[in-house]
Design a protein around this ligand. Structure first.
Ligand code: TXA
Ligand code: MG
Length: 316
């Protein structure tokens, strides 16, 4: 198929209530018509995702975002500064928003994002409406950054996967909730907090301890099969080491997140390296994955956040 034919085919599948693997600049999404209850229900089924965990609504532009959510002046400023791009805004849902109630899991807020990836933009424009899209992985597993990852994880639960190459940013969008004129960081991600504060001209509050602010931010998430050891400077010979900078001797195998210690490069490599490390542990019968310390600056904050979740005790 030509690119144009593939996009048209994908849009047709979406109009019929199907599911499409959609490349974005952060990770691949599992997209469905956000206005169609049955299509949205299929997303939850395909992922094995709990229904209380709401989805992000992807839109073509700020005008389309304004049809589903109410924008305060602060929200408008952040949208103008960072869209299209890896920022998700949680805003008050419009009462007459043309969205399936499943998308927002009964909340009176909605998460919206305008993605920058050319294939996602082409699909949104061909489809002509809002697309609900969580990351295109089984719930609780490592997020996909290639079309092959999506096919491996979801198989025939997805009707078509568009291949847009590896996701350049590699970690999910940064989620900011706007409430009473304040901006609250719900999830660190592909847009650095420092950038939001500098360009957006706003200080980000951190989500209050206690209440789970983004319902999907369960402790154990993004989990590979092998155990994960964090902040390791001296790896063991039965470990695969994820290095950040020149690696120490001693590991059973080494995968490099970023030789030059660039947190953006580490983010882009993170999920693919976690998968590769998991496969190496299994193939060579090793004990664990050990990860170098990652400074929590720039995209390093999102990398450290995903690693901490991957290392957290697993349910079951
Ligand atoms: O980069 C991304 O954001 C990717 C791509 C595909 O766009 N999508 C993504 O979706 O990461 P997902 O479903 O894996 O993560 C969405 C997060 C979940 O933690 C969910 O709980 C939270 O957003 N969320 C959605 N709606 C919300 C709301 N109204 N209030 C608070 N959190 C919300
Ligand atoms: Mg996800």
């Amino acid at each position: 198929m030509t690119d144009h034919d593939a996009i048209e085919t994908a849009a047709l599948i979406l109009r019929k209530g199907g599911l499409v693997g959609m490349p974005t600049e952060t990770v691949y999404g599992l997209a469905a018509d956000a206005t169609d209850d049955r299509a949205v229900a299929r997303i939850f089924e395909a992922k094995g995702r709990p229904r209380f965990n709401p989805l992000i609504v992807h839109v073509a532009d700020a005008g389309a975002a304004a049809r589903v959510a109410t924008f305060s002046p602060l929200a408008e400023r952040l949208g103008a500064a960072f869209w299209p791009g890896p920022l998700t805004l949680v805003l008050r849902r419009r009462e007459n928003a043309p969205l399936s109630l499943l998308v927002t899991a009964g909340l009176d807020t909605v998460a919206v994002r305008c993605p920058a990836h050319p294939v996602a933009r082409a699909l949104l424009s061909a489809f002509g409406g809002p697309l609900a899209a969580p990351s295109a992985n089984l719930s609780g597993t490592v997020s996909p950054t290639t079309a092959a990852h999506v096919a491996e994880g979801l198989g025939d639960r997805v009707d078509l996967v568009l291949d847009g190459g590896p996701s350049p940013i590699g970690v999910e969008s940064t989620i900011v909730k706007i409430e009473d004129g304040a901006a609250i960081l719900l999830r660190p991600g592909g847009l650095a907090v420092e950038e939001i504060e500098r360009v957006g001209g706003v200080a980000l509050a951190r989500a209050g301890s206690g209440a789970v602010e983004a319902p999907g931010m369960l402790a154990s998430h993004y989990a590979p099969r092998a155990p994960l050891r964090l902040d390791v400077t001296l790896p063991d010979s039965d470990e695969v080491y994820l290095a950040f900078g020149p690696p120490p001797a001693g590991a059973g195998a080494v995968l490099q997140l970023s030789l030059g210690c660039d947190p953006g490069e580490a983010a882009a490599n993170l999920f693919a390296h976690l998968r590769a490390a998991d496969a190496l542990v299994a193939a060579r019968n090793l004990a664990a994955i050990a990860v170098a310390p990652i400074p929590r600056e720039g995209l390093g904050l999102a990398v450290a956040d995903r690693l901490a979740r991957a290392a957290a005790p697993r349910p079951r």
